[in-house]
Design a binder for this molecule. Structure first.
Ligand SMILES: [Zn+2]
Length: 122
């Protein structure tokens, strides 16, 4: 629940400030009257690990990021170039190489293009 600023009461408190050594929840403009002691932190982001396994029981091998990255480098391609060749967006390739996310459709394309093995049948 948002807390109203404890000084002006009209704006949403976004920072904790120490005013006359009292900790108050204040809005940004009012925080300049005191010393900011705590900035709200954005919620910690969990790394997204997503292995999409359809009914066939196919899964993407665990260390797919390293496999893709090294195969790409062996072909002398940059991430952008690989993305272009596969008609994929660069962040998709980056996420795959960082081991964050790889769906089976892209895995199949990468297997074919880089001549690597990424999909395991259970
Ligand atoms: Zn205020």
């Amino acid at each position: 629940m948002p807390i109203d600023c404890e000084i002006c009461g009209s704006a949403r408190a976004t920072v904790k400030a120490s005013v006359d050594s009292v900790a108050l929840n204040v809005c940004a403009p009012c925080s300049s009257t005191g010393k900011i002691i705590e900035q709200p932190r954005p919620a910690a982001r969990q790394p997204v690990l997503q292995y999409i396994a359809p009914e066939s029981g196919e899964t993407v091998t665990e260390n797919f990021g390293k496999i893709i990255s090294s195969a790409r480098q062996q072909m002398g391609l940059k991430q952008e170039e690989l993305a272009n060749r596969l008609s994929e967006k660069l962040p998709v390739i980056q996420a795959a190489e960082q081991g964050k996310r790889l769906d089976l459709g892209l895995a199949r394309k990468l297997e074919k293009f880089l001549k690597i093995k990424l999909i395991e049948a259970e």
